[in-house]
Design a protein around this ligand. Structure first.
Ligand code: HEC
Ligand code: HEC
Ligand code: HEC
Length: 160
């Protein structure tokens, strides 16, 4: 009796036995495989890959020409690593707005505040130096549409 529906008038028909069936299972599974395949497809090619840390190259003629103890940047390396973009803006500000193109480093060395000649004079290997880090960090300074580096003789139209 327990499996029969009842009310005050008596019993209803027996509870119908509906077969437990998963309709269209293969289409559903196929759909799920395609769905998750698409969702994860952007990640799969890079799974488990490690992008090597950039190694900016310092072997340029201008730097190799310096005596070992003079192989230094215009500011100490940790400062340059962190603040070179700010220093460049400061140089631009000083040179263009205030007409002061002389930069004296903490060690007392004099430099001309100039991107193409001073920075790129020593770092003449832009693609192996600046670009190494910038590609890694996905930054594209737009300076090279106007300023030349030592690797390109004509300014590029676009960014980078
Ligand atoms: C639209 C063109 C243009 C772009 C882009 C540009 N500059 Fe300049 N920049 C100039 C011009 C023109 C001067 C003036 C040159 C002079 O009088 O010596 C200048 C001067 C400078 C100077 C001082 C002197 C010199 O020639 O180096 C610095 C430093 C400088 N820019 C840095 C930068 C940096 C860093 C960027 C990228 C973030 C940049 N500029 C992007 C056009 C540009
Ligand atoms: C006299 C040559 C010279 C000039 C000019 C120069 N650099 Fe350097 N730079 C060096 C040397 C040498 C080092 C590496 C110092 C060391 O071994 O610690 C360096 C290091 C750096 C680093 C750090 C690299 C790293 O491995 O972390 C950055 C960033 C940098 N320079 C950017 C610049 C910029 C931007 C300018 C212009 C404002 C500039 N440099 C001007 C010679 C120079
Ligand atoms: C040690 C790694 C490293 C080296 C070498 C390096 N950069 Fe950078 N640079 C960075 C990083 C990281 C940023 C982005 C910082 C941020 O967005 O806060 C950056 C940002 C900049 C910016 C500002 C870009 C913007 O759109 O705001 C300029 C300009 C720049 N770098 C110029 C140079 C030049 C010129 C050289 C070569 C002489 C150079 N950098 C070498 C790591 C490096």
């Amino acid at each position: 009796m327990a499996d029969k529906y009842q009310n005050e008038f008596g019993g209803f028909a027996e509870k119908p036995k509906v077969p437990k069936k998963f309709y269209d299972l293969k289409y559903i599974l196929l759909g799920l495989v395609i769905f998750f395949g698409l969702v994860f497809s952007p990640i799969l090619p890079n799974l488990g890959k490690i992008v090597a840390a950039p190694s900016p190259n310092l072997d340029t003629p201008a730097i190799l020409k310096l005596a070992k103890k003079d192989r230094q940047c215009v500011m100490p390396t940790p400062y340059m690593r962190t603040y070179h973009m700010q220093l460049l803006i400061d140089w631009r500000e000083a040179a263009i707005r205030h007409g002061n193109r002389e930069f004296i480093s903490p060690t007392g060395k004099k430099f001309v505040a100039n991107l193409s000649d001073t920075c790129m004079g020593c770092h003449s290997n832009k693609s192996k130096f600046c670009d190494q880090c910038h590609n890694f960090a996905a930054v594209t300074p737009n300076c090279w549409g106007c300023h030349l580096d030592k690797e390109q003789k004509v300014a590029k139209g676009g960014a980078k």
